[in-house]
Design a protein around this ligand. Structure first.
Ligand SMILES: [Zn+2]
Ligand SMILES: [Zn+2]
Length: 202
């Protein structure tokens, strides 16, 4: 029973496709009407060698139309989904995404290069006992930039915490509100502040 049903569906699809493809488009006007474009475009495709002499099948028109849509960025031999093809003018989604990803990578590499220079000096200041705020100001770093880099580079985050532990004021009660209020940002004072935030938020 299911076999018979699927067979009949198959036959219908076959005859439908054959009927379609058998329709010959004998003039540029007929082909243009079929593709929803103008007759000169059809003639242009013929000049480019994308279409043979008429009559054409619908399939031939469809293939030529597909080709015409691939024209942006045609000068580039780079495949779609690459920054090179995007820069050659292709606006397709894979090309745009490749370009965006490449730019994100560039921002990341620039950030890392910047911190490779800046990081050790900042950590030295912190370890030598310069306060968190003063060290950031002295090195031209915002708290947000520091936080961003800490998340981006776990190794730096570890070294930052080490520097903060070495340089912190030994007279402060760390891991308490008093330490935080005294603007200590050592791991213990930060941990206290985070749990304190969570408690008051509830
Ligand atoms: Zn593309
Ligand atoms: Zn502290």
């Amino acid at each position: 029973m299911p076999v018979v049903a699927s067979e009949s569906v198959h036959k219908e699809a076959d005859s439908g496709a054959m009927g379609n493809d058998a329709t010959k488009l004998t003039s540029a006007r007929a082909a243009a009407a079929e593709a929803g474009i103008t007759a000169p475009t059809i003639e242009n495709w013929q000049r480019k060698g994308w279409l043979p002499a008429p009559p054409w099948t619908k399939h031939q028109i469809t293939m030529a139309q597909r080709r015409s849509r691939q024209r942006p960025g045609e000068g580039s031999t780079a495949p779609h989904g690459t920054p090179a093809r995007y820069r050659a003018g292709c606006p397709c989604t894979p090309c745009r995404e490749a370009e965006n990803a490449a730019n994100r990578g560039l921002t990341y590499r620039r950030g890392m290069a910047h911190w490779a220079e800046l990081g050790p000096a900042l950590l030295d200041s912190l370890a030598s006992g310069v306060s968190y705020q003063d060290a950031l100001a002295a090195h031209g770093v915002t708290q947000q930039a520091l936080t961003r880099h800490r998340h981006r580079d776990p190794d730096f985050a570890t070294r930052l915490d080490e520097a903060l532990m070495i340089g912190r004021d030994p007279t402060l009660p760390h891991g308490t509100n008093m330490g935080w209020k005294a603007r200590c940002r050592c791991p213990e004072c930060r941990a206290f502040h985070q749990s304190y935030d969570t408690q008051t938020a509830d």
